[in-house]
Write a protein that binds this ligand. Structure first.
Ligand code: 13P
Length: 252
C-alpha cells in the first residue's frame, strides 16, 4: 500500500501572523497522523522559517512552492535548494500550472529543477495537467504524456520512486469544478502506465500520484479511494485548519 500524501499549497496567501495562526490550528487538529497518511504544508517562502519552528514535534511536514536550480549567485528573487533545506523543507512543488501560465515555465526548466531538488535530498512534487481547451479537444492524454516525459527526463528509477507527481487539471483549479473520480483515475492510471514504460512496473507501483483541483472535505474521500490516486494537492481548502485537517483525515 502506498502512503496517502496530502499537501497544502498555500499559494500567495497568509502573511506571517496569519501563517502562525493556520499552523497552530493544524497542529492541534492533526496532533497525531492516521496510519499510512502524510500531511505537508507549503506556505510562502517568508513563512517557512517560522513554520519550521512552530512545527517542531508535529507530524506535519514542510514544503516550498518553488525553487531555482542554481546553488547560489546573481539570481535576483530566486531561492535555492540549500536555503529551503535550512528552513526545514523536505518537499518542493515544481511546475505548478500557475508557474507554467504566469511565469512561462517549460517542461525542460521544470526537469532541471526536479533534478536539482533530488540531488539536494529534497522531494519534488511535480505538477502536470491539461487546460480546459486541451480537454475539450480530446488531447488530455497527449498533453499529460508530453509533460510527464519532459519533466522526468534523465531522472533515475531510484529518484523517481521518491518523487511525487501531482495531476492537476487546470480547469479544476480554483474553479470549484472538480474532476470526477473516474476522470481523475483515468489520467492517474495513464501516468502510472507512463512511469511503468519508462522505469518498469515495480517502480511505477511505488510512485505517489496526487490529484489536485477543487479538492474539498466532501469530495476528498471518493477521489482518494480510486486505485491510482494517492493523495491530494490542495489549494483553497488548505487555507483553513478545519478543512485541510478534514481532507487529511479523509485519506485514512
Ligand atoms: P484549488 O484546491 O484551490 O482548486 O487549487 C488546487 C491547486 O492548484 C493546488 O496546487
Amino acid at each position: 500500500m502506498r502512503t496517502k500524501v496530502i499537501a497544502g499549497n498555500w499559494k500567495m496567501n497568509k502573511d506571517l501572523s496569519e501563517s502562525a495562526e493556520l499552523i497552530n490550528g493544524l497542529k492541534s487538529k492533526l496532533a497525531t497522523m492516521p496510519n499510512g497518511v502524510k500531511a505537508i504544508v507549503c506556505p510562502p517562502f517568508v513563512s517557512l522559517a517560522l513554520a519550521k519552528e512552530l512545527l517542531k514535534g508535529s507530524p506535519i511536514e514542510l514544503g516550498a512552492q518553488n525553487m531555482y536550480f542554481e546553488d547560489e549567485g546573481a539570481f535576483t528573487g530566486e531561492v535555492s535548494a540549500k536555503m529551503l533545506k535550512s528552513v526545514g523543507c523536505k518537499y518542493v512543488i515544481l511546475g505548478h500550472s500557475e508557474r507554467r501560465q504566469y511565469f512561462k515555465e517549460s517542461d525542460e526548466f521544470i526537469n532541471t529543477k526536479a533534478k536539482k531538488t533530488l540531488a539536494s535530498g529534497l522531494i519534488p512534487i511535480i505538477c502536470v495537467g491539461e487546460t480546459l481547451q486541451e480537454r475539450e479537444k480530446n488531447i488530455t492524454n497527449q498533453v499529460v504524456t508530453t509533460q510527464v516525459a519532459g519533466c522526468l527526463k534523465g531522472i533515475s528509477a531510484f529518484d523517481i520512486e521518491k518523487s511525487i507527481i501531482a495531476y492537476e487539471p487546470v480547469w479544476a483549479i480554483g474553479t470549484g469544478k472538480v474532476a470526477t473520480p473516474q476522470q481523475a483515475q483515468d489520467v492517474h492510471k495513464l501516468i502510472r502506465g507512463l512511469i511503468a514504460q519508462l522505469y518498469g512496473p515495480a517502480t511505477a507501483e511505488k510512485v505517489v500520484i496526487q490529484y489536485g483541483g477543487s479538492v474539498k472535505p466532501d469530495n476528498a474521500k471518493e477521489l482518494m479511494h480510486q486505485p491510482d490516486i494517492d493523495g491530494a494537492l490542495v489549494g483553497g481548502a488548505c487555507l483553513k485548519a478545519d478543512s485541510f485537517a478534514a481532507i487529511v483525515l479523509a485519506a485514512a
